[in-house]
Design a protein around this ligand. Structure first.
Ligand code: FES
Length: 104
């Protein structure tokens, strides 16, 4: 497992999302009220980037703009249809004001 730096923690406001290319995958980094979360930037329903969606910082969820499924940013589980499968969640590490994700 290695840690890759995405950005500094003050680059993302609460309630915002940003896409990062991490190796051969895209990661959506989201800042909620409780901190940073990272999920694969691809809806589990169809091929669509979650980073285009709306963040619910109080619920710690993101809504896919394409068909409206919402996903928990804590465990990746869908909270509403049509998606039924979770999205992959990455461990986020904060170090010296920078945001890292753990990747295999
Ligand atoms: S592509 Fe995301 S809900 Fe359909």
């Amino acid at each position: 497992m290695s840690q890759l730096r995405l950005c500094s923690s003050d680059e993302l406001e609460v309630g915002s999302v940003r896409r990062f290319e991490v190796g051969d995958q895209a990661v959506a980094l989201v800042r909620c009220g409780d901190g940073f979360h990272a999920v694969i930037d691809n809806c589990s329903h169809e091929d669509y980037p979650l980073s285009e969606g709306e963040v619910e910082p109080e619920l710690c969820e993101i809504e896919c703009l394409r068909h409206g499924s919402t996903f928990s940013l804590v465990d990746g589980e869908p909270q509403s249809l049509p998606a039924t499968q979770p999205v992959k969640v990455f461990t986020v590490v904060l170090k010296d004001g920078d945001v890292f994700v753990e990747v295999p």
